[in-house]
Design a protein. Sequence first.
Length: 193
Amino acid sequence: MEDAFWRLDKTESKIPARVVFQIWDNDKFSFDDFLGSLQLDLNHMPKPAKTAEKCSLDQLDDTFHPEWFVSLFEQKTVKGWWPCVTEEGEKKMLAGKLEMTLEIVAESEHEERPAGQGRDEPNMNPKLEDPRRPDTSFLWFTSPYKTMKFILWRRFRCAIILFIILFILLLFLGIFVYAFPNYAAMKLVKPFS
């Protein structure tokens, strides 16, 4: 409803309490890539999964029983894993998983226990730990050995070993085929006897 500017009584308009989370790939040389998003209605949001393995797109299905949903305003704190979604055509696909703790605090409580933006000071209420990232860099052109070890070796260990053994056998077979005619000719002719 549109209010006229000469109206004297105050009007109150309510908007749905929704929050949107997005996952972006932080590229060094090109534009950042959008990977997926998660939109939560804080009055009717799906319960989070306890572990990353149990987190799936099924959590976002609205046809589930009402007890699968929770209101952040009633529960005050929610912690767990939520799925992020990307759409390819008409099909929704799992783009990632977010581990979050969502908490609603009153303004008076916020003034008593301040919290910084992100990990800025004061990093309290709740204390945000630094992310657990691997010490290695997975940029293939800066450290190709680490890329081979952590990505290729773990997935294709048997295939790589089989390829190396097959390569060595083919190498010996090729050397044999190359050297055998000369050796056989030397045995038949016997030039040094």
